[in-house]
Design a protein. Structure first.
Lengths: 463, 451
């Protein structure tokens, strides 16, 4: 069995699965139950001067019958006295010395930072996560994402923390920023030890159309909240990758956060440069028990791929994340529909016809019918297939087919197909040598006819 | 109010009320969950399998988005009896049977239940969902108040025409009110739907129950064919089917032997019907009416066996209905032909049957099946003779009214027909589809005549 233990800038934990700073880590009782369930670490619900919260606080995004594809919240940091929190941290560390307990912190002044860091470390926290990410409520008071949005301020506060702290300082970043490498570089300059990201995305979950109040509703009004859950995962993976391929920032360990709900999500974050991962929404949805699958799935994955420890997986996919200009323009795939498994729903057909390149056709049509349906290219090759047997319909009558000459390999049909494995994208060797756009720029062949005259004139002048 | 309000009510204490719904109404969350399972196929096979060609994926998508009124419009625009059909359609052999999930070996979308849900919810909120044409001054007589005539009257009203429905019985709806297996739909639900159709356009539809159409001179509670043609711009014959056919075996006449549709009608409408003293029953036949009677009796706790003269494989009734009846305790005895009813002191006590080969009795193979109730479901006679009272109307060799399938017009250019009297006995949804064709043709005819 693969070794799942992790060393995150000196913070050790039995596995890379940490709970993110959020309601699941609000109390010592919760964190201890989470550790019993198998979680390797917990970032405590953000500590600071206690606040008051509103009711209600959460909003959910459903897609079809899938609940909580996304979740937003307008809850603030801890509403419990600091001493109670510190007493519980002390108790958790006493009972779970091998698990990671990170104190998430958010205060304003240098004196406050100093006091809270000393008290958190006194309570036994293994590390400190500076919450520079919260995009609602606290940022209006100059904290949270208000800090994360200002690299200079971020750097200064992080420096204060590093000066005081005896344990590692992790900076939690906000995704609500144009270029994530700016705060990332500020972290490097500050001397902080690690980064965690992403915090939640600024969001409004919807509108109550009867009351004309955005959601989640607090009486007759609402406010923007922080968005998380499976829907934000692609955004988080991108921002993570931006940091993990940055020549300086990549030297810091990163704890990945954003829509992680299972072992596969976790493995993807690790492959793109996370050392540990943090989970919140999936636990808020299903409870601590989901970690069993995460541990088991990641361990089996590592075993099956000959990796002895989780550290071998860290960053393995990063080199393959490149600029668009470095992608091979000679590579080509085309869609292939498996006649035997196709159920004839024709979702691929309509998706291609209305949303892509009109290269999927229905069998049994005349050219006139195909043109009337909206096809401008008539396929040269039509599969030889029985579509009508008198009144009866042949087995393949509803199975669409791909005009490979026209297919541009966009994936859309495969993405909408409800049958697993029915539509595959098969590689079609073009016989051309690999060539990227940047190669063309080098060679001066980065010009596609049919553009603007002004562009053509400028190019001619430059030559 | 043109109709007798008493005709729209069924009394308390009927056996029908004892039956639970096999497919109860969805609550909104159930409906949305099921709607979200629908793949929203393109040019969907379910639409093609629906006799009324309802755009099923579209109405299901609308349920999923919370657009219930739109869903009901999509359904009712094609099928005014969408609520009934959602409950009584044999979806297993129609839309759901064609669902791509079925071919995929997965549970098909519960299209009937979704349709029932959408129409029920929408009509509970807002009853005027469909566009209403201005009055044309045209007037149509509809003979019989079964699904064909009710649907036709609704579409005539939406098209701007007035109509009068003449129904021989005291209660309107035909088999939809009085013949549907109660675990599928109750009579009161059918009557509620009729009430909605009668209100589609205030005053455009008149329902006259307890009135028979006759060929010659009309007496009380009668109206003559000639008068109908004189007083209306067109006539629609929705005659349905006639009385249950008899076995024609000794001992048949008398208590304890009943026709299936007559029995089911009493079950649904007559509070005096009881099954006291009936512990064992036999249903004779192999069609869907036989299967309904079989299933109903088994649900009422009777030890019931269906006796069919051929093999299970040859039964015309739906396989899924036999399966469902069996789950509720009913049995099938195949390859048996009734020979005689045995009576003691006038009461039926058993049925003598012979073994059968290819549906024909084998001599010397008689056995007795004990039963206190014998339900005969071997078909219904025709009720189409009255059609002949209209000049130009013809019947085919099987007694069905002859129409042009494109218009459902009979040999008389002002007389149209649809439903069981034309198709020989199909589903409610077929009657609705035929009524729609007839109304389209009538409206076109009126328009042509006007220009």
């Amino acid at each position: 069995m693969a070794d799942l233990t992790t060393d995150f800038c000196g913070i050790l934990s039995p596995n890379p699965f940490w709970l993110a700073s959020a309601p699941p880590t609000n109390t010592g009782d919760q964190v201890m139950r989470a550790f019993d369930a198998g979680w390797g670490g917990a970032v405590w619900k953000t500590l600071g001067n206690p606040i008051v919260n509103v009711s209600s606080r959460f909003g959910g995004l459903d897609y079809g019958s899938t609940r909580l594809a996304g979740l937003n919240n307008i809850e603030l940091i801890t509403d419990r006295p600091l001493e109670v929190n510190f007493r519980e941290i002390r108790e958790v560390k006493r009972r779970y010395p091998k698990h990671a307990v990170i104190a998430s912190l958010m205060v304003e002044t240098r004196e406050e930072w100093r006091e809270i860091i000393l008290r958190a470390e006194d309570a036994g926290a293994d590390g400190l996560e500076l919450n520079f990410g919260c995009p609602h409520g606290m940022c209006e008071r100059g904290m949270g994402s208000a800090v994360g949005n200002e690299p200079k301020v971020l750097e200064e506060i992080a420096r204060w923390a590093v000066e005081t702290a005896r344990t590692p300082v992790i900076i939690k970043l906000t995704p609500n920023i144009g270029d994530i490498t700016e705060p990332g570089e500020a972290v490097v300059r500050s001397g902080a030890h690690a980064i965690s990201l992403i915090n939640t995305v600024k969001s409004i979950m919807g509108v109550d159309l009867e009351r004309m109040v955005p959601l989640p509703r607090v009486g007759n009004a609402s406010t923007n909240g922080g968005y998380c859950g499976p829907a934000v995962k692609p955004i988080a993976l991108h921002l993570l990758s931006q940091l993990s391929r940055h020549p300086q920032i990549r030297r810091l360990p990163i704890s990945g956060i954003g829509g992680i709900a299972n072992w596969r999500d976790a493995a993807e974050f690790i492959a793109l440069g996370s050392t540990t991962v943090q989970v919140c929404t999936a636990v808020m949805h299903y409870g601590y028990r989901i970690v069993e699958d995460m541990i088991e799935g990641l361990s089996d994955y590592l075993d099956e791929h000959g990796m002895k420890s989780v550290s071998e997986l860290v960053g393995k996919a990063v080199p393959q994340y490149q600029e668009w200009g470095d992608l091979d323009l000679s590579y080509r795939v085309v869609a292939s529909i498996d006649e035997r498994t196709c159920i004839g729903c024709q979702l691929c057909y309509v998706a291609c016809l209305d949303g892509a390149h009109q290269c999927i056709h229905l069998p049994g049509r005349t050219e006139a019918e195909a043109r009337a349906a909206g096809h401008t290219h008539i396929p040269a090759h039509v599969p030889d297939r029985v579509v009508n047997l008198g009144n009866a319909v042949g087995a393949g009558a509803r199975v669409p087919f791909v005009d490979e000459d026209e297919c541009i390999g966009c994936n859309l049909c495969a993405l909408v197909c409800p049958v697993s494995g029915c539509i595959t994208m098969k590689e079609l060797p073009t016989g051309k040598p690999p060539e990227t756009w940047n190669d063309r720029v080098q060679k001066g062949t980065d010009f596609v006819p049919g553009g603007l005259e002004a562009t053509a004139r400028a190019r001619a002048a430059a030559r | 109010m043109h109709h007798d309000p008493h005709s729209m009510h069924l009394p308390e204490g009927r056996l029908e009320e004892r039956f639970a719904d096999k497919k109860p109404l969805y609550d909104p969350a159930e409906a949305v969950a099921e709607a979200n399972r629908c793949l929203y196929c393109v040019d969907a096979p379910c639409i093609k399998a629906c006799p009324t060609a309802i755009d099923i994926p579209t109405f299901i998508h609308k349920i999923a988005t919370g657009n219930l009124k739109g869903a009901a419009r999509t359904i009712l625009g094609q099928n005014l009896l969408g609520a009934s059909c959602g409950q009584v359609c044999p979806v297993e052999v129609l839309c759901a049977g064609a669902c791509v999930y079925t071919g995929w070996g997965r549970d098909p979308i519960k299209i009937g239940r979704l349709q029932h849900h959408a129409v029920h919810e929408a009509l509970a909120q807002k009853r005027d969902l469909l566009p209403l044409a201005p009055e044309t001054g045209k007037k149509v007589a509809l003979i019989g108040a079964g699904p064909a005539s009710i649907a036709a009257a609704g579409w005539l009203a939406l098209d701007g025409h007035r109509s009068v429905i003449f129904e021989r019985k005291a209660i309107p709806g035909g088999l939809n009110t009085l013949g549907i297996a109660p675990y599928k739909m109750k009579g009161r639900a059918a009557l509620e739907e009729i009430a909605w159709i009668l209100e589609l356009a205030a005053g455009r539809i008149e329902l006259r129950t307890g009135v028979s159409v006759v060929e010659g001179t009309a007496s009380d509670h009668e109206v003559s064919a000639a008068d109908l043609l004189r007083d209306h711009d067109a006539v629609f014959l929705g005659l349905g089917l006639g009385a249950d056919s008899a076995l024609g075996v000794p001992g048949e006449d008398g208590p304890g032997v009943v026709g299936a549709t007559a029995f089911i009608e009493r079950l649904k409408a007559d509070p005096t019907l009881t099954l006291d003293g009936v512990t064992r029953a036999l249903v004779i036949g192999g069609g869907n009416t036989a299967l309904d009677a079989l299933h109903e009796l088994s649900l009422l706790g009777v030890d019931v066996t269906m006796v069919y003269r051929r093999s299970e494989r040859e039964m015309p009734g739906y396989e899924h209905e036999l399966e469902a009846a069996r789950v509720d305790g009913a049995r099938l005895l195949e390859n048996r032909v009734p020979v005689a009813v045995r009576r003691e002191a006038g009461r039926a006590v058993g049925l003598l049957v012979a073994k059968a080969l290819d549906g024909k009795p084998v001599v010397g193979t008689s056995e007795e099946l004990p039963a206190e109730l014998i339900v005969v479901a071997i078909g219904q006679s025709r009720a189409t003779q009255v059609g002949l009272a209209f000049p130009g109307v013809a019947l085919d060799g099987k007694g069905r009214v002859v129409v042009d399938p494109a218009t459902h017009r009979t040999g008389n250019p002002r007389v149209y027909s649809g439903g069981d009297c034309v198709n020989g006995g199909k589903e409610v949804v077929n009657a609705v589809a035929e009524a729609r064709i007839a109304v389209r043709a009538m409206s076109a005819m009126f328009k042509q005549g006007a220009t």
